[in-house]
Design a protein around this ligand. Structure first.
Ligand code: SF4
Length: 363
């Protein structure tokens, strides 16, 4: 693997240290940061505001881009999925979801995932590697460049969701560093308030996130209203069962700002977790802990060879109605990019020849 420093994963302070080591004035750090994150340039050749000899010396010690776009898929609904490869040849996936008010980029925190959620295709890969801060930031740069072009301001801003491959709380340090880098007004300027991190329920990290001053929003994937079922669907539950998870959420609640709520994600699996009784159990669980929360119901996205089917739209509506009748706010999340395997739980480095764009332009 290339041992050069990956500049995309450095803060402005770290860049300043690097340029001073190279006997360059400190303002060079600002120039590099603005080029990598502000103008989203992916090679030293394009950074023409830096002297040529400095660029050559920089290229010996550092790299700007490490991820390669292996394939790029375009859905009928405008969603784009990127299958990227790390320098050590591991798959990373990111998804760009165009929306009327604000686009969303779903990024990965790990290549593969060590958790064994039974309804998730990524789980079948196992953990390949946790990504670095630079690799996390680069996914967003690649998606924005593809959607809008290098250096072009995004027309309506961007939301980020850490809901791609991997458990973000098992990539806590690189993730938090990536968020700090992306929040910089001289760079991408995507502030933590625009970011949602989704966890399968790594309890100690939920508590830790509550102590972070400028933190992202939190979403928790539940998938089941009882320990018995959650142990099967999300084995992490055996380590941190529902009561412990809810207790950590209760603690986290103290860090919520006015108007802020948790999101509980609930994937809806036909005849597995979608009965009226389970809707009542879910409402009771949340009400018992009196959490300021909403529930996102996510119809399962079919993904061979997983043995699950999505709940019918009628079942989803009945489930939602029961939650609401018990005072729990519930929303149905519309699946995006299903035809290109870009939807939740479908990311598994899959190639889909039918929707590969004719000319996967370099991004
Ligand atoms: S649902 Fe998320 S946490 Fe669970 S296996 Fe899949 S990627 Fe990992």
């Amino acid at each position: 693997m290339d041992k050069r420093i990956h500049l995309t994963g450095l803060t402005q302070a770290e860049l300043t240290a690097l340029v001073s080591e190279m006997n360059e004035p400190s303002y060079r750090a600002g120039q590099i940061f603005a080029a990598v994150h502000g103008r989203r340039l992916r090679s030293f050749d394009e950074m023409t505001d830096l002297p040529k000899d400095f660029r050559a010396r920089l290229a010996e010690r550092a790299s700007v881009s490490t991820l390669k776009v292996e394939s790029r898929y375009l859905s009928e609904d405008g969603t784009r999925r990127y299958l990227l490869k790390t320098e050590d040849n591991l798959p990373v996936e990111a998804v760009f979801i165009p929306e009327e008010r604000r686009d969303t980029i779903c990024f990965s925190s790990q290549s593969g995932c060590p958790l064994q959620c039974d309804f998730c295709l990524t789980a079948r890969l196992g953990l390949l590697r946790t990504l670095t801060a630079g690799e996390i930031v680069e996914q967003i740069i690649i998606a924005l460049n593809d959607a809008y072009g290098e250096g072009v301001r995004t027309p309506h801003g961007t939301n980020l969701v850490a809901m791609g491959a991997g458990e973000p709380f098992l990539a806590f340090e690189p993730l938090m560093k990536a968020l700090r880098i992306m929040a910089d007004p001289k760079g991408l300027y995507i502030v933590p308030n625009r970011v949602t991190v989704s966890t399968a329920g790594v309890v100690p990290r939920i508590r830790e996130l509550a102590t972070v001053a400028d933190r992202p929003h939190l979403a928790i994937s539940l998938a089941a209203p009882t320990d018995e079922l959650r142990d099967v669907l999300m084995p992490i539950n055996k380590k941190w069962p529902l009561e412990e998870l809810m207790a950590a959420c209760k603690e986290f609640e103290r860090s919520l700002k006015a108007g802020e709520r948790f999101t509980f994600e609930y994937v809806m699996l036909d005849n597995v977790n979608d009965s009226d009784e389970q809707a009542r159990q879910l409402a009771n669980l949340l009400n018992r802990h009196n959490l300021r929360a909403k529930v996102n119901l996510i119809p399962h996205n079919p993904a061979e060879p997983l043995p699950y089917r999505p709940s019918s739209p009628e079942r989803v509506e009945s489930f939602k109605a029961i939650l609401e009748s018990k005072g729990v706010q519930a929303y149905v999340r519309r699946p995006r990019g299903r035809d290109i395997y870009a939807a939740c739980g479908q990311l598994a480095a899959r190639r889909t020849a039918n929707t590969l764009t004719a000319n996967p332009s370099p991004v």
